[in-house]
Design a protein around this ligand. Structure first.
Ligand code: ZN
Ligand code: ZN
Length: 193
């Protein structure tokens, strides 16, 4: 893994904590490939900024600042199992309950700087643009049709052989979702998500 700049590391720390609600220092150190001392200092800084709260051996997100509990698209409370995060060039990042809502948010947003999705099997955040999407498998995880994301194509294929569904890139997945959610109707504020 390439070394992250402090700013990138900060973002990764916040993403991980946001995705899971909390994270231990060891976990963060491992994810960011730095020492626990470094994470300790990062957390101290983030706490001063009011982004997180430190808890014994780890950190939780400062709830008042996040809105992580409710999906930015459908308002459903996130299970934390399939979080999708969209970072914007300006303004605060938005979280959705799953990749389904995440891609809907992406396609409706401008000004997107970076999108992250959770690897369904491993539970860490991966780049949404590089993830493999499994559309409409037999598993009901969150929003229907179910959209699961995988970091590895081999793992996605193995999962598909057990649970069905169609593998797709992010562009293909957005396309297929938009086909099911026509954009008309949004002006009336009655868009079904
Ligand atoms: Zn949602
Ligand atoms: Zn969902």
């Amino acid at each position: 893994m390439t070394k992250l700049s402090p700013a990138e590391r900060e973002r990764q720390i916040l993403d991980l904590i946001a995705a899971k609600g909390s994270a231990s220092i060891e976990e963060l150190a491992q994810t960011c490939s730095v020492s626990t001392m470094t994470i300790h200092r990062d957390l101290q800084r983030l706490e001063k900024m009011g982004r997180i709260q430190k808890r014994h051996g780890g950190a939780i997100l400062e709830e008042s600042l996040t809105g992580r509990s409710a999906c930015a698209m459908c308002g459903k409370t996130s299970s934390g199992k399939q979080t999708f995060i969209v970072h914007f060039t300006h303004g605060d990042p938005k979280h959705t309950c799953c990749a389904h809502c995440g891609l809907m948010l992406l396609s409706a947003s401008q000004d997107v700087w970076q999108a992250m999705t959770m690897d369904f099997l491993h539970g860490h955040m991966i780049s949404a643009g590089q993830a493999i999407y499994l559309i409409g498998c037999d598993l009901n995880v969150c929003c229907v049709p179910t959209l699961l994301t995988f970091g590895s194509r081999t793992e996605a294929e193995r999962f598909q052989s057990g649970f069905g569904g169609t593998l797709a890139t992010m562009e293909q997945a957005i396309h297929s979702l938009l086909g099911m959610h026509p954009k008309e109707g949004q002006e009336e504020g009655t868009a079904k998500l």
